[in-house]
Design a protein around this ligand. Structure first.
Ligand code: PLZ
Length: 449
């Protein structure tokens, strides 16, 4: 890599107490009395400081971060350019409400996203606060612009926790269970999941099956939009087989259906390109974005074809905080950092390191190897754990491997419909040595069962 990364905190794992330590345990006690148990934490040490690939907790432990706060801190959690932009903006104004007194930062973020997203047609961008809110707005726009109601989502999909996005999300526990009734006119189709479905790497046939089901169950002229994560996140870092996304996008195009790419998790250099749909040259009509966009500040966006976006009546979209000026300043700095530090290039480099190391782990375990598949792109890699010699999901192994890694100071998240996936999404500014150390520990964690 040509870019040199610099850090404020030492990029070294260092444990000085058991995890969680006494200070974190004391905070957990206060939390228990103040915060509902429904809101969980997968690595329950309380953060005191973060930089690069390191999270320092309140007891002085330094842990290695392989989760980026669920794919958010792509440029680091204290990127100096972001921190300066946030402070500078906060000294002038933290809020006016773009719907009351607008400001340049919002317009500049919109211009930037219109230029960065795929498609050489005229675009518009609306800014919101969370991934779920971006998805809600994309659906509103698609319905209004087409005059149709039906929305197609996929098996294993995750789109959020609001009422409409719960309806779009596939998995009931923990996201939907007993939270219904859900929004109507949402239809679920089979996803291409090469490791598990009968189509394997034949993405075109997998898409044709979904299309024929859409035709039979809904009819194209009742479908407003197809929404899909180009690489599914919470569902298990599922990369659809080649041809799946382009075939669906073509069908949408031919039938006046809005193709929405939910890039909330996979966007912003995470997969080795600005957006995951670019790997197959898919050009969505609308793209939803959040997470990595603003270096950790809450911001989300819908970018898409001007004719769709401008179909909505004046006043039809908005929200008090949408496109907050501090978040916009952070986004402008974070997006510049992605280019300056070549984070798309670093994502590929990180993906190569992870894949090579975990492949070696899998080989070293011989007949006892529980790694069914290592997949993903760039800095978004999944390890799917199974009973050795089968494709039977092994959720316990994922749980115990994550727990083992945590006990050694490595934060690794799990995901997947079957809960059997370790997902790696380190900050893209993680140092190579630190990443390698984390992977050694993760290898031991997987082997330990
Ligand atoms: N679309 C593709 O990945 C958020 C959820 C964590 P919000 N994923 C992390 C959890 O358990 O709540 C996500 C996503 C995709 C939409 C969303 C929703 O984004 O910013 O969490 O609303």
């Amino acid at each position: 890599m040509t870019t040199t990364l610099s850090y404020r905190l030492p990029q070294k794992r260092n444990l000085v107490t058991e995890l969680p330590g006494p200070q974190s345990t004391a905070l957990a006690k206060r939390r228990q009395a103040a915060v509902p148990a429904a809101i969980g934490s997968s690595a329950p040490v309380y953060a005191a400081d973060c930089d690069g690939g390191i999270i320092v907790d309140v007891d002085g432990n330094s842990l290695i971060d392989l989760g980026s706060g669920i794919a958010v801190t792509t440029v680091g959690a204290c990127n100096p350019a972001v921190a300066e932009a946030v402070a500078a903006q906060a000294h002038h104004f933290t809020h006016t409400c773009f719907m009351v007194t607008p400001y340049e930062g919002y317009v500049a973020v919109a211009e930037k996203l219109n230029a960065l997203t795929p498609g050489d047609f005229e675009k518009r961008t609306g800014l919101f606060n969370s991934g779920a809110e971006a998805v809600e707005n994309a659906v509103k726009i698609a319905r209004l612009a087409t005059g149709r109601n039906g929305i197609v989502a996929f098996d294993h999909a995750y789109h959020g926790r609001t009422n409409l996005t719960m309806a779009l999300t596939a998995k009931t526990m923990p996201y939907k269970h007993n939270f219904g009734p859900f929004a109507p006119e949402v239809y679920r189709m089979p996803m291409s999941y090469p490791f598990r479905d009968s189509f394997g790497v034949d993405g075109v046939s997998a898409a044709q099956q979904a299309i024929s089901m859409i035709d039979k169950q809904i009819a194209a002229d009742s479908v407003a939009a197809v929404i899909i994560e180009p690489i599914q996140g919470e569902g298990g870092f599922i990369v659809p087989a080649p041809g799946f996304l382009p075939t669906l996008a073509d069908w949408c195009h031919d039938n006046g259906v809005v193709f929405i790419a939910d890039e909330v998790q996979a966007g912003f250099c995470r997969t080795g390109s600005w957006f995951a749909c670019e790997h197959e040259n898919v050009v969505p009509d609308l793209i939803t974005m959040a997470k990595g966009i603003a270096g950790g500040m809450p911001l989300a966006a819908v970018t898409g074809r001007a004719d769709l976006m401008d179909a909505v009546h004046v006043g039809g979209l908005g929200g008090t905080y949408g496109g907050n000026p501090v978040a916009c300043a952070a986004a402008l700095a974070a997006l510049d950092q992605m280019t300056e530090l070549d984070l798309a290039g670093r994502a590929k480099h990180i993906g190569d390191i992870i894949t090579e190391k975990l492949t070696a782990t899998a080989e070293s375990l011989g007949a006892q190897n529980p790694i069914g598949e290592i997949r993903g792109r760039g800095g978004m890699i999944a390890v799917e754990l199974v009973t050795p010699g089968t494709i039977e999901p092994d959720a316990n192994r994922a749980k115990s491997a994550a727990a083992y890694a945590f006990s050694k100071g490595v934060i690794a998240l799990t995901c997947g419909t079957y809960g059997n996936i370790l997902r790696l999404l380190p900050p893209l500014v993680i140092d190579d040595d630190l990443l390698n150390e984390a992977l050694d520990i993760l290898g031991d964690a997987i082997a330990a069962g």
